[in-house]
Write a protein that binds this ligand. Structure first.
Ligand code: GLN
Length: 257
């Protein structure tokens, strides 16, 4: 019998303050709904990161948590071995930043070395980016899909030549206000939107699974679940568009303080 497909949420207690654990739940559910045996593993610092996972997830968190996560992941080595084996990594916000070459922390913008998995660099931006974000993601077949989420980050990220943007911003800040959002390099995807992201964006969830499994998944067998998810998605996109004015009023909290 095949081993269950392992979805690994990495360091929930450090990088889990924005509910990004939900990304792991969604990936696991979407496999199980299709009759594919799947297991959700949450690994905490001090425990070995399994290197036989299919998809790894990093979430958002505070500066100090980012420093600890980098230190632990480098010492552990399991995530690097898994990626060498062909696993997929989806990293959100603080998780995205630590995947880069470097990022800054604290009031004095101390520069910290990242995991070096993405050719990106993060430095404190002029204003904190907070609010609904709507982006357009180009899928591997050339079609595009909207991504909705909520961004909340002080760091601004710029891409080097080895990384390409994950999506184009329609509403919000994204990487650094240059119209791009997130980064892709091989099987590592970094992106700012929380939400959590994958319940709102099932096409992206399936893309991660298809990358990891090397096979097309097709639609969910249960049409009622698909219809509910479509409706949630329709509502989130409408809210993002509707709240554009409100979001622009509140996005630049720094200016009002
Ligand atoms: N500390 C990082 C920043 O503010 C990440 C924040 C987060 O994960 N939401 O840029």
């Amino acid at each position: 019998m095949n081993e269950p497909v392992k979805i690994v949420v990495v360091y929930q207690s450090l990088l889990g303050i924005y509910g990004d654990h939900g990304n792991g739940t969604v990936l696991t559910k979407r496999l199980v709904w299709r009759g594919i045996d799947a297991e959700l593993v949450t690994v905490e610092p001090g425990r070995p990161v399994p290197d036989d996972g299919a998809v790894y997830l990093l979430g958002g968190g505070e500066d100090l948590a980012q420093i600890a996560a980098v230190r632990e992941l480098k010492a552990d080595g399991g995530l690097f071995r898994a990626l060498d084996r062909g696993a997929v990594l989806f990293a959100v916000c603080a998780g995205y930043q630590i995947c880069g070459r470097s990022f800054t922390v604290g009031d004095h913008d101390e520069v910290m070395e990242g995991l070096g998995l993405l050719d990106v660099t993060t430095r404190r931006g002029p204003r904190r980016a907070v609010g609904e974000i709507l982006t357009r993601w180009e899928r591997p077949d050339g079609s595009t899909s909207l991504i909705t989420g909520f961004e909340n980050h002080g760091g601004y990220t710029t891409l080097g030549p080895d990384a390409r943007p994950f999506a184009q911003v329609e509403l919000g800040v994204g990487n650094c206000g240059d119209g791009t959002e997130g980064a892709v390099q091989g099987r590592v995807i970094g992106s700012y939107p929380h939400g959590p992201n994958l319940p709102r964006n099932p096409a992206l969830a399936d893309h991660l699974l298809e990358l990891a499994l090397g096979t097309e998944l097709g639609p969910l067998p249960n049409a009622r679940i698909s219809a509910e998810l479509d409706e949630l998605r329709r509502q989130r996109i409408a809210v993002a568009r509707h709240s554009r004015n409100l979001a622009e009023d509140t996005r630049w909290l720094g200016e009002r303080e």
